[in-house]
Design a protein around this ligand. Structure first.
Ligand code: PRP
Ligand code: URA
Length: 211
């Protein structure tokens, strides 16, 4: 697998929580709970991509040379399952704008089908960082389609945040978008014939929403 822009979180709680959501006996209430905790940790790690500029303030005691984040932050959850990551990211980036993209996979050929996309008009696209929220990077088709849509409208800096990746998905993003970094909690072994990540956690959307 050739992809240098992959960051795999290393933390005992990440490994514990990922195991909980992989477990087939985990209820959908607990599944959501631990996805939410993982998404907060993922968001915290992806925040390392932000840059700072100086900001002079006055504390109650004296002048202080502080700093502030320069970028506009936009979160793009891929409907549906990407919504499971939104709350955690919103807590880390409370001032982020949320854009939505609706994509599902064709069950026969696994190609992404886009049915909705709404992105805010931002004057400063160059100074915008977009986080794509996609819990499962399987073939990578849904995330790749989202990156392409964002690039079409001029977005320059894009990060993909996922819970579990397959090598096939990571390779697909690396092949088509060398500039895009992927953050994940786990890199799994492979995809099975039906396009599911193995060992994986099953269908993320169904497990999140109890369907
Ligand atoms: C799932 C998941 C990802 C996508 C990943 O969505 O939430 O978005 O599959 O697969 P890919 O990398 O092969 O494109 P799904 O199509 O099941 O739709 P859902 O979120 O509405 O359940
Ligand atoms: N989408 C999921 O929800 N799970 C997988 O394993 C692959 C795609």
């Amino acid at each position: 697998m050739s992809f240098k822009k992959l960051v795999i979180l290393k933390h005992p709680l990440v490994d514990d929580y990922i195991t909980r959501i992989r477990d087939r006996r985990t209820s959908y209430f607990d599944f959501r709970l631990y996805v939410d905790k993982l998404s907060f940790m993922l968001a915290y790690e992806t925040a390392r991509e932000l840059s700072l500029k100086s900001r002079k303030i006055k504390t109650p005691l004296c002048d202080f040379n502080g700093c502030e984040v320069t970028e506009n932050i936009v979160l793009v959850p891929i409907l549906r399952a990407g919504l499971g990551l939104l709350n955690g990211f919103n807590r880390v980036f409370p001032y982020a704008i949320v854009s939505h993209i609706g994509i599902y996979r064709n069950e026969e050929n696994l190609k992404p089908i886009k049915y909705y996309f709404k992105f805010p008009r931002l004057r400063l696209k160059r100074n915008t960082i977009v986080y794509i929220l996609d819990p499962m990077l399987a073939t990578g088709g849904s995330a790749e389609c989202t990156v392409s849509e964002l690039k079409k409208i001029g977005v320059k800096k894009i990060i993909i945040a996922s819970l579990v990746c397959a090598p096939e998905g990571v390779t697909e993003i690396g092949r088509k978008h060398k500039d895009v970094k992927v953050y994940t909690c786990a890199l799994d072994k492979k995809l099975n014939k039906s396009g599911y990540i193995v060992p994986g956690l099953g269908d993320a959307g169904d497990r999140l929403f109890g369907t």
